[in-house]
Each structure stands twice: as structure tokens, then as C-alpha cells.
Design a protein around this ligand. Sequence first.
Ligand code: AVI
Length: 385
Amino acid sequence: MLPVIPGADACPAFPTPIPMKTSALIEDDAMRSDGLVLDFPTRKTHATQALRIDVHAAVDDAADLAAFRTGLLATPATSSPKFFYDPQGSALFGAICELDEYYPTRTEARIFEHHRADIAAALPQGSQWVDLGCGDGLKARGWLAPVQARRYIGVDIAEPWLRSALMALAASLARDHASAPRGTAIDVLGVVADFTRPFDLHDVLAEQAAMPPVFFYPGSSIGNFVRDDARAFLASVRDHIGRHPTADGKLMIGIDLVKDRATLQAAYDDAIGVTAAFNRNVLRVANRLLDADFDPAAFTHRSVYDEAAGRIEMHLVSQRRQEVRIGAAVRTFERDEPIVTEYSHKYTVDGFAALLESAGFAGGDRLRCWQDERRWFGVFVAEPA
Ligand code: AVI
């Protein structure tokens, strides 16, 4: 049941920058469209119609900012990982993916490479491919032809980034289609949504009732959810698949697996300090979004593997007693006091299978998992029970 592949290298896509100012609606009316849009021609001309982007929620609305502020003022102080990803944080995460120590991205890529045909055979053909946290869409790109996807729905939090990423993806799909006229045309749609909160894509999926949905959530991003939130997220995906009129919708998800402490800690505390810079950058984001005056140099990066909880915890540790202004409030940080900035949960294959089952997915022979030869990472394909 669990095929194994040789080692791993190469690294791509990373989370997208969060928008840095509140803007819930698309301003460029010329780009709006009711119908979709990239209706790829069978002749060798490229479609130039607008790209449809639905805005469901923005990340930086008042509730998010209030939660960010409340978390930093609380004891212990916390910050949601979603605030890492301003343009600088996204670039730093891209650099993390290139590090020798950070194995997840390239290990997953190798599993995809080595088992593409097998995994594709476990997925429905002619699907609508829902790319959760799509970034530049490149991780999904390699799946669209093998599964003959008919529709691509990129879901991400940052509208400007989503638009440009999908334009590039659509152009590349159009080129492929033009050079292989008997290939399948793919509709491309973007949805701006924050799926760290309850999300609703039922209406979007219902527009194509005959196309089974495939939810694609690679990169072990679910590891950044606490377990109850991970279960709620999976249950919501299961509900979307289960309520769709076709019976063969699936979830394909990448999971970082439990392994030795040294490997895990090194992945989150690299020798040249890229992860430390990524972690500290959240204080710059706080300064900008919350009108705060954190001095990032006065906080040290720390990563700890909590074996009992099965997770890496990233902290920023105050190097001295200091007062920080956060908007109108002042927060005193004691020397050695941490801000908890991220959890990254690691699962066993059985543990993640149990989580899937508790969220309404099938287990046993109806759940598939592919791993690398070191069994460091797992790619699961799940269907509703
Ligand atoms: C995006 N996420 C899956 C990464 C992880 O491994 O938890 C974020 C990260 N944080 C530090 N390094 C990478």
C-alpha cells in the first residue's frame, strides 16, 4: 500500500504574500467577468479574455488584525503563521525551500515525480481541480494533464498575486492546448479566500455539477493548523466533496511525517539563519499592520520539537526585558519570554489516517498513501467514507 521512492531534490512554490492593506474587492473592472473566461481556442491563437476572480474574504480585515494584536498582547504571546507571508516573508520561505535542511518541499516533489502515473490513476478524470493555497500554481500544473482536469480553481489569500499567477498559468495552459489541439481545454478561475477560517466553495463547484472536485493541498501546510482546526478543515473539504453531485471527488494532501528530532529541528533552524530571518520578519509585519515598534534584533529565533505534541514550535524569544508599543497599548516582554509564532505538526501515517477518518474520510483500502524511501513525507489520496 505504501510505495517507496529514492531520495529527493528540487523545490518550488511557496505561500503567497498577504495583502498589506484592506481591499476586499477587485478594482480593475476591466478584469471582471461573469463567465469564465479562459475558454481556450482549438486554433493556435491565445485567448485574451479576462480572468474571473471571486473574492470571498481578505486576510487583513479588521477581525484578523484584531486577532493579531490580541495574540501579541496575550500571555503567552502568539502570532498566526499567516502573518509570515508578506512579500519579504514569502521570499524568505522560498529560500527556506532551497535549504539542505528543509527537506519537505523537495521530498514531496520527488514523490510526485516518481509516482505521478500511479497517483493520477487514483484520482478521477475530468475533474475540477481545487488548488488550496495555490501560490504560483506550479505544483498543480503537473497534475492537470495526467488527470485530464477540465477546470482549475486556484484558491489563495492574496488577490493581486492570485491574479498574476493565474494569468501566467492560463497562458501556459493555453500554449499547451494550442500545440495539442486534441487536448482538453481547462477553465481557469481564482477564488480569494482564507481557508484558515470556515470556507464555502459549494456554489463555485456546483457551477460544474458533472465535474468531480479534487481538492489539492500539498506542502504539509495542514501541519500549521492545531489538530482540532485541522480536523475541522478536513471535515469541510469532505463536506464539499460529499455534497457534490458526482460520487468520485477526492482529496490529495501532502503530509510531513514524524522522524528523528535532529532532522526536524535542523529543518526549522538552519545553519545560515534563513528560518530565523523568516521568523523575525513577522515582527516587521506587526510593526506595519499594527503600528507597533518591535525591534526584531531584540528577539532570538528558537525552534523546539515537542515530541509528545508531535510538533515543531517556532518561538521568538525576548533577549531582554523590553517594552513594545502595539498601537495604543504597551506590552512588556520579560527577558527569555517567548512569542509563539508557529506550530508545524508532524504525523505518522496511521495518525493522519485516523485524523482523516475522524473527519469523515474512508480508511482501509480506500485510503492511499505514497511515501519516499526514507518515509519522511506522505502523499495521501482520500475519499469520503
Ligand atoms: C508552510 N509550512 C508548511 C511551513 C512548515 O514547514 O510548517 C512553514 C515553515 N516554517 C518554517 N519553515 C517553514
